[in-house]
Design a protein around this ligand. Structure first.
Ligand SMILES: CC(=O)SCCNC(=O)CCNC(=O)[C@H](O)C(C)(C)COP(=O)(O)OP(=O)(O)OC[C@H]1O[C@@H](n2cnc3c(N)ncnc32)[C@H](O)[C@@H]1OP(=O)(O)O
Length: 292
């Protein structure tokens, strides 16, 4: 577990605290000197957990650093602690989420621009505590806090462990293929199940944020269906559903998973999204594509 040279208890008056770009626990109250001390220590905590997460996922650079959080406009990190452990307490996990403007394929293979998509960006529980329910505990805290539902979340290049996590806890298996690094589950575009997607509106309602476009994405890629293996495993075979003709144009752009086959090095999606360097404005994986 992540132990520190300082006592973490003042930073963690609650088991789970959240941190945004000010690098302070959401519970923080103090004067300027205490503020500087807290941000310095919190930066150390975030950098350490981000590094552990990267190592755990086999990434060559962390997705999460204090510096990146400081520069972000709309990201939140949730940190899970055990202050009763040892003299200084320990930090056991990290969950980073944010909202992003994404170009996404819907289930019919049409390209949509979805603004402020809830996104799971980095998730880590210390190896010594994995598979003990802590990940679910932290994730549920975040869902309640953000007013999100799992099916409305996009996931930035999920690991196999995280795909298993979504399957086990939320029964989510069938994905909607995308041309970027994000994984969506079937139901993402369903309006009736849409409350709790960040701002309490469905994507279609969110400030007119979803547009069905005539983007060349759809013409280039058609409907790339990535969920076949997962769908087979789930035992669902579309039953009486007629196959969507667009699915015959299948282009296997990327399997769902962080370690999948290489994605095309040049795609219209990348060209379209290349200009959006601003944090939270991305059609690709802003968190991970820059660092791998
Ligand atoms: C967008 C991204 O962040 S992708 C990267 C996700 N993070 C990682 O892969 C880092 C390493 N893994 C972890 O940190 C954790 O396993 C997490 C965050 C994915 C889940 O946290 P946990 O505390 O393990 O989750 P929790 O105990 O609530 O649920 C366990 C379930 O998660 C899945 N899971 C967790 N670890 C594994 C594993 N080693 N192998 C396969 N499935 C796993 C399984 O479905 C497991 O259920 P099971 O034990 O009955 O098979």
């Amino acid at each position: 577990m992540a132990e520190f040279r300082f006592d973490i208890k003042p930073l963690f008056p609650l088991e789970i605290i959240k941190v945004t770009s000010n690098l302070l626990p959401h519970t923080f109250r103090g004067d300027r000197r205490q503020c500087l001390d807290a941000t310095s220590k919190m930066s150390e905590v975030i950098d350490r957990l981000g590094q552990l997460s990267a190592v755990s996922q086999g990434l060559n650079k962390p997705v999460t650093t204090a510096q990146r959080l400081r520069m972000s406009e709309n990201q939140t990190i949730y940190l899970l602690s055990d202050t009763s452990y040892g003299a200084n307490g320990v930090v056991m996990g990290l969950l980073k989420v944010g909202t992003k403007d994404l170009y996404l394929f819907d289930e019919q293979g049409r390209t949509r621009k979805v603004e402020q998509t809830p996104s799971i960006l980095d998730f880590y529980i210390h190896e010594s505590r994995q598979r003990g329910g802590l990940g679910k505990h932290l994730f549920e805290y975040m869902l309640t806090d953000q007013n999100w539902t799992p099916v409305k979340c996009s996931i930035d290049r999920p690991s196999e462990k995280l795909l298993n996590f979504f399957k086990k806890h939320y029964g989510l298996v069938r994905t909607i293929p995308q041309a970027n690094n994000f994984v969506l589950y079937e139901g993402f575009f369903d309006e009736e199940a849409s409350m709790g997607n960040g701002n309490g509106k469905s994507p279609a309602q969110s400030n007119g944020g979803m547009h069905i476009t005539s983007s060349p994405n759809t013409q280039l890629f058609g409907a790339a269906y990535l969920g076949d293996e997962a769908n087979k495993r789930s035992g669902r075979n579309n039953g009486s559903q007629q196959p969507n003709p667009l699915l015959h144009q299948i282009t296997q752009i990327s399997p769902s998973g962080r370690y999948g086959a290489p994605r095309p090095t040049c795609s219209m999606a990348e060209i379209i999204h290349a200009g959006s360097g601003k944090s939270g404005k991305s059609g690709g994986s802003a968190e991970s594509s820059r660092i791998k």
